[in-house]
Design a protein around this ligand. Sequence first.
Ligand SMILES: Cc1cc2nc3c(=O)[nH]c(=O)nc-3n(C[C@H](O)[C@H](O)[C@H](O)COP(=O)(O)OP(=O)(O)OC[C@H]3O[C@@H](n4cnc5c(N)ncnc54)[C@H](O)[C@@H]3O)c2cc1C
Length: 489
Amino acid sequence: MSLDKNTRNNLLFQLGEIIPYEYLYTSEEDLKPYECDGLSAYQKLPIAVVLPDTIEQIQSIVRICSKLKIPIVARGAGTGLSGGALPHEGGIILGLSRFNQILEIDTKKQMARVQPGVRNLAITEAARPFGLYYAPDPSSQIACSIGGNVAENAGGVHCLKYGLTVHNVQQVTIVTIDGEIITLGSQTLDTLGLDLLALITGSEGMLGIIVEIIVKLLPKPEKVSVLMASFDKVEDAGNAVAKIIAEGIIPAGLEMMDKPAIHAAEDFAKANYPLDAEAILLCELDGDKQQLNEQIAIVETTLRKANAANVVIANSSEEQARLWAGRKSAFPAVGRISPDYYCMDGTIPRKQIAYVLKRISELSKQHGLRVANVFHAGDGNLHPLILYDANIPGELEVTEKFGADILELCVEVGGTITGEHGVGHEKIDQMCIQFSPQELSQFFAVKHAFDPDSLLNPGKAIPTLHRCAELGGMHVHNGELPHPDIPRF
Ligand SMILES: Cc1cc2nc3c(=O)[nH]c(=O)nc-3n(C[C@H](O)[C@H](O)[C@H](O)COP(=O)(O)OP(=O)(O)OC[C@H]3O[C@@H](n4cnc5c(N)ncnc54)[C@H](O)[C@@H]3O)c2cc1C
């Protein structure tokens, strides 16, 4: 959908009235860096990119777009992996990168009040001198923004024990599509009324523009230890995950990597990973000294009983940092061994890990594409990285089919089509498999209540019922769609 010339000129004129020239991009050269997010397989140029730095400017931008019916795609750092910040060709990108201030650290309440463009890691860096930290730690934490984390309900290594973004956010302020400011949540334990804070967390820029966030800070644990177990069989490593949790231990992090991921990460980060292993598990434990020693003993025994070929315990912070460096850099490391990779994100019950990894390996042979697995095993949150070459005609399409098969497999074993990367543009079709028309209708109703004209990130996250019908995910009787009363976007 492209914009007619008059509306385009009118839009740019009005935006130019409120945003200084140097923060309003319209030339192809300036728009290019915004054509995609971390899922670079899909690209589009927006009409304009605006980079406001006050909430009043955001209110004005939203009001202009609302009046002219121009789609708005909010963008944090653009590290998203599901095309959530993919531009709309008839709309604008509203970049939040200049909202990069930590406004307050309250050590008594153990909270930080931050702007949405603040980098995830910057919060922990600012809280560290007070013995505090922000727990959710996506592997992209050096770059991704807290606004993007809230919009995606981001996870990370430490979310197994300390919860996802939704469990670590206290209050969020948004600008609505009418340009009004509303604050959701509170600084107390419980909040009256409907839990709209949970609703906005993970809403993928579709319900409002997040302009301020209060996050919880946690005291740093007294002691930390990291165990690395290597396995000769991927299945044994997968089964060990459920066995550790069944012992009543919730590790601070429990991550798994298979052979291709181990080799790529070792080559890149020199983490001292065993190159002869078929899979490794990294298990971080924390607590006071006595608790920790007990947990280490139980986990080590469990790993050995689960056929671990070797278990290494890293107690010094240097050794631990080295082990984690390999895991945290695994995605870019895999990027070096293939022209392109496609990162999938699905969640399955932990006990299914071994079975699903076996099936992924079979699918890899069937589609003729290599795959590297590196993922949040404790959460059952898989990240198969499908290796492909976008320059080979048809290979992206095969990759997409392989990815769709993996997501359907996740649903088949009782899991979900996304763990932490969101639905965005990428997984919109699989939403028709995951949810019934009745459930999708409720999503539409919520979207409609916040954004009646569907201007906030349209075409993402919730498929139209028409789209599901075309994909065969919905029963259409006599050419009539179910729920005719529900607005179609
Ligand atoms: C190497 C790598 C590793 C990764 N590892 C992880 C991981 O371990 N865990 C994980 O969860 N994710 C991970 N990701 C994915 C990504 O970093 C997260 O989804 C992150 O939360 C996106 O933040 P961002 O600031 O880059 O958001 P963007 O990509 O800019 O946007 C993401 C979505 O949020 C919306 N949005 C952004 N800011 C706002 C706002 N202020 N108001 C309203 N909507 C907004 C956008 O419209 C879009 O829908 C990884 C990505 C990479 C590249």
